[in-house]
Ligand binder design. Structure first.
Ligand code: ZN
Length: 161
């Protein structure tokens, strides 16, 4: 029986991502992207839709924002530019992890930078957007012990992060 997408498989796929209006947001191009299935490496709605598919399958899936990059959360955060190391080039769209009032980690995305202040929001650039993926599955293989331990896929050249 041919392999199908299941937990502990590394799955490579090509995709295009459009918004609800059909505008192109992202594309893998001709280079398939590998990920470890069942490890939360891709957005939940897409991961669920991949389950059970085989190599060569092509399909479209609509992923509402809540199952994609999340609904948008109100609020901006201002961080002194000096909180970032000098050698780090802070730019719009960059993400970093901040610490909440109870010490919990949460990701922020930069929306503006001046010499003094970095403005950031708790929203991925694609948060609040209903997503439409067109997917082609190109490879399915067993994950290595190392990949399972790390919780992500490694590229064809071995380890790289
Ligand atoms: Zn690794």
């Amino acid at each position: 029986m041919a392999d199908v997408v299941a937990p502990e498989k590394v799955v490579s796929f090509k995709y295009t991502l459009r918004n609800g209006e059909g505008e192109l947001l992202e594309s893998s191009g001709e280079e398939a992207m590998p990920y470890l299935h069942g490890a939360g490496n891709i957005v939940p709605g897409l991961e669920r839709a991949m389950q059970g598919h085989a190599v060569g399958d092509t399909f479209d899936v609509e992923v509402p924002a809540a199952e994609g990059y999340g609904e948008r959360i109100d609020g901006t955060v201002e961080v002194p530019r000096s909180a970032f190391p000098d050698e780090v080039e802070v730019s719009e769209g960059m993400s970093f992890v901040a610490e909440g009032p109870d010490g919990e980690a949460f990701p922020l995305w930069v929306t503006g930078v001046t010499d003094e202040v970095v403005t950031a929001e708790p929203n991925h650039p694609l948060a609040g957007i209903d997503l439409r993926f067109s997917v082609e599955i190109t490879e399915i293989r067993d994950a290595s012990a190392e990949e399972l331990e790390h919780g992500h896929a490694h590229g064809p050249d071995g380890h790289h992060h």
